[in-house]
Design a protein around this ligand. Sequence first.
Ligand code: MF3
Ligand code: CO
Ligand code: CO
Length: 256
Amino acid sequence: MKNYIKKKIEINKIKNACNLAAKVLEMIEEHIIDGVTTNHINNICHKYITNELKAYPASLNYNGFPKSVCISVNEEVCHGIPNEKILKNGDIINIDVTIMKNGYYGDTSKMFTIGNISNEAKNLIKITQECLYNAVKKIKHNENLSIIGKTIESHAEKYNYKIIKEYCGHGIGKNLHEDPYILHYKNDKNKIKIYTGMIFTIEPILTTGDGKTILSKDGWTVLTQDKSLSAQWEHTILVTENSYEILTLRKNEFFY
Ligand code: MF3
Ligand code: CO
Ligand code: CO
């Protein structure tokens, strides 16, 4: 068993980075409106993170990623590169914020919507968030890490949604992505146990389509192959002695 457990001093730094990441999502809400480009939203986030939070937007230059946040719209699955695309009524949008502060990382994403969205979109967004919430509620010292994937898949399959299997949750700390990696579907690969002091993300992506993906021409943005809608929610979680703590919980977020 490798040592995934964080020291107190590290936990405090990761908590701080997570707090800041959540603040970016709170701040950006009012800017997600009909007629703006995803570049515009990226620029607001960049300025807020660097000037106000005095932090680094860790997506920028991550393996060559060219922007400060990931913005994935409708059939875009994840890692959307902000560009000149104009947001419009009916769009569903994931913004994924990764912050580095004092050498430690925090990572979170949420769905935003513009105007009137279809019932299909509404339901996909809601069930994806419930997948995340249900998985979080299973976190407990000594529990198997594989409970997370099992919980997510059993909720998704009730609604006939497919889980995008290529992307997973991850340990986080001094690195944005570190062990253990956490699958969002039923598996027996995650033989690892959950222990007090571990910090990791859970970030399920669900789609109304067949679950197959393709890479866009920009080299980063992942799309559903059948152009069906996709939704994702992400939190960074600390395992506490008797429970868990959602380090990226937003002020107005109602966790249920
Ligand atoms: N925030 C993403 C995650 O949840 C990682 C983004 S890396 C980037 O793991 F290069 F695409 F920005
Ligand atoms: Co992540
Ligand atoms: Co993320």
